[in-house]
Design a protein around this ligand. Structure first.
Ligand SMILES: *Cc1c(COP(=O)(O)O)cnc(C)c1O
Length: 388
């Protein structure tokens, strides 16, 4: 019988050692030993599925990958030192010089930099589409297009992209659909169900959930993961066993943590909607969200990020941040600690005003990554900072 998500999150575990430990120990070892010359030969010839060297595999990383595969409904995976090494290595393993990428405009900043400034070195170009014009993206497909790439919900404007529609377009044109599922986590959304080929996570965010370690992972069909594995085993972006151990422990509590994150986020969003200094609140599970129905279809709950627009633009946004007392000003998200950022004056300050507006970043937009403090304390802090 198939276990529920929560049970797999806890009971997916690497084989016990002779000590019969209950909880998976930390395997801090760079390498593994062989029985004899024949064992060693067969292992290197890939005739045996076993650990050789921790750049290739390690019991802690294997447990972490296997758990994510079960959660996402994927066959195989490979774990990386960070979310960005997962994104980079996935593309670098699968694309050739001259290939073309079709990407959503609203993607993580470093991914955008990779597409705009790094991939052109290898003659890999990217065209971008808006979250609300997916119907038109077929006109952007070229003979050398290989991949459609997107994130949903988007950062920082929490817009929703129609994953099923993207899946249909990718299938029709024989393209790979790659989804960065970081904001939703596998608990809230499984893109493979909607037609994605590969799913990427920055495990640094809600998967760790406590702001401690970096990590990343890519999961999908064995045929594609094998290419990513061979690329990575030779180029070395492997996740450390220690971080894998931390992240696999974190996954045991992912469902309970994310449930509470979402409950708190919805309450924060509802509070903000009633505040006179706020003129727009965006949260996928608020009925006022333009893509509320789509969010309900794709996601179990609305996630932990709320975006809102303060009356008074950049100056109002900055004074709001200055008046915050409990909540952190930080670039991270998906932490137990609530975090606020003002994208127009920080993470997205280098963009032109026009590009910011295209990405849904108005001058007064504030992003809140709602944490696990008592929701009344979070709301009280936001409230006093809005009034200040
Ligand atoms: C943070 C983030 C990344 C990058 O992950 P790192 O672990 O910081 O390298 C990629 N995509 C999204 C959506 C992110 O939020």
């Amino acid at each position: 019988m198939k276990n529920h998500f929560e049970t797999d999150a806890i009971r997916t575990q690497t084989e016990r050692s002779q000590f019969l430990e209950h909880s998976t120990p930390l395997y801090l070892t760079s390498s593994y030993i062989f029985e004899d010359a024949e064992d060693m030969r067969a292992s290197f010839a890939d005739e045996k599925d076993r650990n050789i060297y921790s750049r290739y595999s390690n019991p802690n990383t294997t447990e972490f990958i296997y758990k994510i595969c079960k959660m996402e409904g994927a066959e195989s995976g490979y774990a990386f030192a960070s979310g960005m090494s997962a994104v980079f290595s996935t593309f670098a393993a699968l694309l050739n010089a001259g290939d073309h990428i079709l990407s959503s405009k609203s993607i993580f900043g470093s991914t955008q930099t990779m597409f705009n400034n790094i991939f052109p070195k290898w003659n890999i170009a990217t065209s971008f589409f808006n979250f609300n014009e997916i119907e038109t993206i077929e006109s952007l497909i070229k003979p050398n297009t290989k991949v459609i790439y997107a994130e949903s919900p988007t950062n920082p404007a929490v817009d929703i992209l129609d994953l099923e529609l993207l899946g249909q377009i990718a299938k029709k044109h024989n393209l790979l659909l790659i989804i960065d599922n970081c904001f939703a986590t596998p608990y809230l959304q499984q893109p493979i169900k909607f037609g994605a080929d590969l799913v990427i996570h920055s495990a640094t965010k809600l998967i760790d959930g406590q702001g401690r370690v970096l990590g990343g992972v890519t999961v999908g069909p064995t045929e594609l993961i094998q290419k990513i594995y061979l690329f990575s085993r030779n180029t070395g972006p492997a996740l450390s066993p220690f971080n894998a151990w931390v992240l696999s422990k974190s996954l045991e509590t992912l469902p309970v943590r994310v449930d509470r994150h979402c409950e708190n986020a919805l309450k924060v969003a509802q509070f903000l909607e009633t505040h006179s200094k706020v003129n727009l609140v965006k949260y996928p599970f608020l009925k006022s969200h333009p893509q509320y129905q789509l969010a309900k279809k794709q996601m179990k709950l609305g996630g932990n990020v709320v975006a809102f627009e303060i009356n008074g633009g950049i100056d109002a946004g900055r004074s709001f941040l200055n008046a915050i007392k409990l909540v952190s000003l930080s670039a991270n998200l998906g932490d137990t600690r609530t975090i606020v950022t003002h994208p127009a004056s920080t993470t997205h300050a280098k963009l032109t005003e026009e590009d910011r507006l295209e990405a849904g970043i108005t001058p007064g937009l504030v992003r809140v990554s709602v944490g696990l403090e008592h929701v009344e304390d979070i709301i009280n802090d936001l409230s006093q900072a809005l009034d200040a």
